[in-house]
Ligand binder design. Sequence first.
Ligand SMILES: Cc1cc2nc3c(=O)[nH]c(=O)nc-3n(C[C@H](O)[C@H](O)[C@H](O)COP(=O)(O)OP(=O)(O)OC[C@H]3O[C@@H](n4cnc5c(N)ncnc54)[C@H](O)[C@@H]3O)c2cc1C
Length: 226
Amino acid sequence: MDKGLSSFIQNLSLNEQQVLRIEAVSSDAFVLHTERHHSFLPGQVVALTNDRKLPPRLYSLCTSPDEQSLGILFNIKPDGLLTPRLAMVRPGDTIFVSAPFGAFLGDRRPAWWIAAGTGIAPFRSMIRSGLGENNMLIHGSRLLEGFYFRDEFTAFFGDRYVPCCSQEHGDGVYSGRLTSWLRAKKSFDPLMQYYLCGSAEMVVEVRDILLEGGVGLNNIMSEIYF
Ligand SMILES: Cc1cc2nc3c(=O)[nH]c(=O)nc-3n(C[C@H](O)[C@H](O)[C@H](O)COP(=O)(O)OP(=O)(O)OC[C@H]3O[C@@H](n4cnc5c(N)ncnc54)[C@H](O)[C@@H]3O)c2cc1C
């Protein structure tokens, strides 16, 4: 991670607050709910840890600013320092959470939202905040169980929700990586906004596909989960 960003995160003031609930949404992913003490904009993140000695990590909020609790979606990185511990927290446990911040913000312009893995989180916050009515949502996952909030997205987007699964086949699911689905399009509406969220690898590859397909850099917004 960039040194400046790392020291920015380490210096954020963290509020001590309680876990309200934690729900499993797949065999290795969870939505953790905690108290909401601030307003925020859909697409923003918080820094969070469950141990003052462990540097906080960033998490997109997956709930809307109108909801009483703050929700974050995370998956366990088996070699990770924080996420295996976070998966063990229980209601009433203490966690340490920053005020929300960040500039990956949705608006009412037509957009394609493109996410890999837990990068779907900000888009869930956006739809729950009244955004995205005519947008496309393209979600990539290795496994079918990684299509978090699938029912909610299907109900909201209908055919404009495109789950792309690279390692399993499923009804209503494109078989292949989301980048293959995008490559098959060849050209893209240059007036559309394109929001990319997830791993650096996915964001860089999708950005190149869009640029080759005639989209200008100013129409591409990225949130990289490092
Ligand atoms: C803006 C932003 C928003 C994010 N939002 C979300 C979100 O909504 N949901 C979500 O799940 N994640 C999100 N992330 C990622 C999240 O911040 C954490 O990086 C992630 O949860 C892993 O945390 P961890 O402590 O378990 O793993 P870490 O301890 O950070 O390790 C992550 C991986 O890197 C490897 N690793 C660690 N140190 C090294 C090293 N020195 N050399 C090589 N490899 C190493 C580990 O083996 C592990 O596989 C976001 C990141 C950013 C930047």
